[in-house]
Design a protein around this ligand. Sequence first.
Ligand code: HIS
Length: 395
Amino acid sequence: MSKPFMFEKPLGMRDTLPVLYETKNEVKNHILSEIEKWGYRFIETPTLEYYDTVGLASATLDQQLFKLLDSQGRSLVLRPDMTAPIARLVASSLKDQSYPIRLAYQSTVFRAQQHEAGKPAEFDQLGIELLGDGTVSSDGEVISLMISSLEKSGLTSFQVAIGHVGFLKALLLDVVGNEERAEVLRRFLYEKNYVGFKEHVKSLSLSSIDKSRLLDLLKLRGGKEILGVAAEIVQTEDGKKAVAELKELFEVLECYDLAQYVKFDLNIVLHMSYYTGIIFEGYGEKLGVPLSSGGRYDELLEKFNRPAQATGFGIRLDLLVEALGEMSELSPQSCIIFSRERRDEAVRIANEKRNNGEPVVLQDLAGIEDVDLMTEQFDEVLYFIGKPPKGGAIV
Ligand SMILES: N[C@@H](Cc1c[nH]c[nH+]1)C(=O)O
């Protein structure tokens, strides 16, 4: 391998400059205060976790994990999401707190990229987990809070697509008979390769009725009316239960008066394989990829010996900012330029302004490369230059 060029960064790693930083911060603050209003408590967890515990529980493709070794030779990962670390935390440090538990986070997460395709390998996520509650009310709460957070961020045009892992599993297994064959079909859906899905269905040795059940699955996208069709296609008890949950979920979202944001899409397969029930994705109008997603994961906590049902979501701040499409203006600053003889005065005034909450740059004239270029960045410039005026008057 050749040595990297001096300014090169590892694949998918990004710098954040002030305009983007301030824009992200503003958007983030709107969401954080909304999440707080719903009673969620914020936590932080380490950037590094053990591969054998959180790394495996994260249910991400192995090739997307950043792995490294600690000084004892144990395998570590950079956390690929926050759900598995929170499951670990709830089962250990918070093991005495009774369920349900509502936690929130704002963190960077890491997913290694194989190609430089413009995708970041490290990004900010804001999210919540509602642990220890298996009710559809809790699925509804989580989706409603995600919608409300997106609204508060200033996003006006977005939609949430809702699916169900249990429904898909029941239908695929019922038709193709085993998990391995179901997985092939699931893969096509994950890649949203519907043409490939259809071709594959045609090639299977199934009755024409079963083939059309699989092809009808692709039509299960739309308003709540598709749930009636879904109930007809699926024959097993698990499948019917999933449809009943989706119907109840719609009622919950109507209570929150947020049903206008959602549509059902029973073809959704998400990136993380720990999901077990209702899942969802948030789409901004102009963005082809989901900017938020989440769902129910009722079997993850038992991996940490504190079994519980749970659900949650994560919003990707980078994609949300992209969907919003507008950068904030840099916040205004003033500048005080001084010469050595008047440094005292300049520092005193800068302190006064800072104590009043005004951001001030304080700069020695002798340290400036180009005064014109420097001063044009500021809304206001004060000069303390030359001999101090008699009587201590400023400027
Ligand atoms: N951790 C998931 C989002 C999520 C939170 N809770 C449940 N799902 C992700 O990164 O995609």
